[in-house]
Design a protein around this ligand. Sequence first.
Ligand SMILES: Cc1cc2nc3c(=O)[nH]c(=O)nc-3n(C[C@H](O)[C@H](O)[C@H](O)COP(=O)(O)O)c2cc1C
Length: 241
Amino acid sequence: MTVPSSDARLFDVMYTCRAMRRLKPDPVPEETLLQLVDAALQAPSGSNAQNWRFVIVRDRAQKERMQALWRKSWNFYLDTVAAADARPGEDLAARKRMLAAASWQLENFLDIPAFVCVCVARDELMAKVMASPSTMMKLVSHFGVGGVARLATSMGRVGGLADGATAYPAVQNLLLAARSLGLGAVLTTQQFFLPGEFEKVLGLPPTVTLAAIIPVGWPTGKFGPTTRPDARSVTSWDRYA
Ligand SMILES: Cc1cc2nc3c(=O)[nH]c(=O)nc-3n(C[C@H](O)[C@H](O)[C@H](O)COP(=O)(O)O)c2cc1C
C-alpha cells in the first residue's frame, strides 16, 4: 500500500487525537478502512510475529448482535465505575460528558459505519517452544527453580500483557491514522466484561484474542486538544516516587 500523504503533522495529530464517539452514518470507503489497517500493521509486535488480525464489522445483523452485548456491559459500567466517586483531581463534568457521548454511541450503534475489531492470534512458534520439555530444562538453567516458580504464577498476567503489548501499538497507529484522515474513532474494550461473547459473534477461534473494538466514522463535531497532566507530575527519575 502507498504511504498516505497528509498535511497534519505527527504532533498536531497526536495532541488532537481525542476519543470521537459521535459519528455520522455516512459510509467510510473500504479502501480507507484498509488504509487504517495498513497503518496499524506498521506497529511493532512481540518477536516480530506480526500476528494481528482485523475483523471489520459493517453488517447490520452483526451490529445488532454486538449492540445487545454492548448494552449489557455499558449498563454495568454506568451502574458501577461511572457512578463511583471522583478520582483525585478528576473533573466530574468531563466524566459526565464522556459518559453522555458513550451512551450516544450505544443508542446510535447501528448507524456507525464500521467497527474495527483488533485481534491478536496466538504466536504458534512461541507456543510450541514454550510447551516443549527442553524449554522447561532451559528455563530452570537460566532462571533457577525460584525464577520458574515465580514465572509460573504470573503466566496468566504475562500472557494477557503480551497480547496487549502487540495489540495496542497497532491500535494507537490506527487511531492516529484515523485522526490524520479526519475520521473519528475511539479505543473501546466493552468485551472485557463479557468474556467470549463478542468473540463468539465475530467467530473468533479460541487462539485469537479480541483486544479492542474501534468504532470508526466521520465525526459530527470538531477535533479538539486532549487534556492531560503535566509530564513532570507523572515522571520520576531513576526510582519510582
Ligand atoms: C484501555 C482502554 C479502554 C477503553 N475503553 C473504552 C470503552 O469501552 N468505551 C469508550 O467509550 N471509551 C473507552 N476508552 C477511551 C477512553 O475513555 C478515552 O481514551 C479517554 O476518555 C480519554 O479521552 P480523550 O482522548 O478524548 O481525552 C478506553 C481507553 C483505553 C485506553
